[in-house]
Design a protein around this ligand. Structure first.
Ligand code: ZN
Length: 275
């Protein structure tokens, strides 16, 4: 029987999301011979336009933004050596509360079942052993991230293909260092404080099941992020430079929410128990 290579599928909301939280695992596992599939759910039309035109400003042409971001996504995949890129091409819904949330074709405005059917078809085609997406809050509450979570969990449920499913997360122990670095590069970042929203972001270290060291692929991860240059104003990590970015973001962390392998946790490999 021909041996099938292991397959990793990451499901993301926008072009550029693949870089920050999963750029390292995409690059590392591709280098290890794993087939990697990136599913990007929206077209990113609510991003910055060429020359930095913001959504809602005069001259912000969604079609031009979509074309530019599509090319950037292709370059990012090239940097990460992604085997297959699949785009669902829903319209970017914009931030929570924007009028674009309710626009026809907006991802947030699409019934979960309908989008989950399309993703389930991709899961049946690629048969990923491991699927990665966001937690139920989309990590930070963006409607498209929440929707990506919902359709992924629904598609996994109806296909029952992946042996392991993960949500991306950030260890709360890293927040202090993170805050310090953000301050240094002039990005406003609220101090972690029990009274504000921050504690709902990320997880305590002992609830994180999976720590994957991707520092050896820092150059690729940074190149993937840099490929999304048109969104540079929002990608403050670029200001760190590659070396510090890798120091800060080289360990990618996940919480395992579905598992058929019985691999013990904490684990240091998304494919623990599968090879
Ligand atoms: Zn996003």
């Amino acid at each position: 029987m021909a041996e099938r290579s292991l397959t990793l599928m990451t499901v993301h909301a926008h072009p550029d999301d693949e870089a920050t939280s999963t750029g390292g695992v995409l690059a590392r596992y591709a280098a290890e011979g794993v087939t990697t599939v990136l599913v990007t759910c929206t077209d990113g039309r609510c991003g910055d336009g060429p020359d930095g035109v913001k959504p809602g400003e005069d001259g912000h042409d969604p079609q031009a933004v979509v074309a530019m971001r599509r090319a950037e996504l292709a370059a990012s995949c090239e940097a990460l050596k992604v085997t297959h890129l699949e785009t669902l091409d829903y319209a970017d819904s914009g931030m929570m509360g924007w009028a674009t949330n309710d626009a026809p074709g907006a991802f947030w405005n699409t019934p979960v079942d309908e989008a989950a059917d399309r993703l389930a078809e991709l899961i049946r085609r690629y048969r990923p052993d491991v699927v990665v997406t966001y937690d139920e809050n989309g990590f930070y509450g963006h409607p498209d991230h929440i929707q990506a979570h919902r359709i992924t969990m629904a598609a996994v449920e109806r296909t029952d293909v992946p042996a392991k499913v993960y949500w991306t997360t950030v260890p709360r122990s890293a927040f202090q260092e993170f805050g310090k670095v953000m301050q240094e590069i002039g990005v406003e970042f609220p101090e972690p404080d029990a009274t504000d929203e921050m504690p709902s972001l990320g997880l305590p270290d002992d609830e994180i099941t999976t720590w994957v060291d991707t520092r050896a692929h820092g150059e690729q991860k940074f190149a993937s992020l840099a490929a999304h240059a048109s969104q540079a104003e929002n990608i403050f990590f670029l200001r760190l430079g590659q070396e510090r970015f890798t120091e800060l973001m080289g360990m990618e962390t996940f919480v395992r929410v579905r598992d058929r392998t019985g691999a013990s946790t904490p684990e240091d490999d998304l494919f623990a128990g599968l090879r």
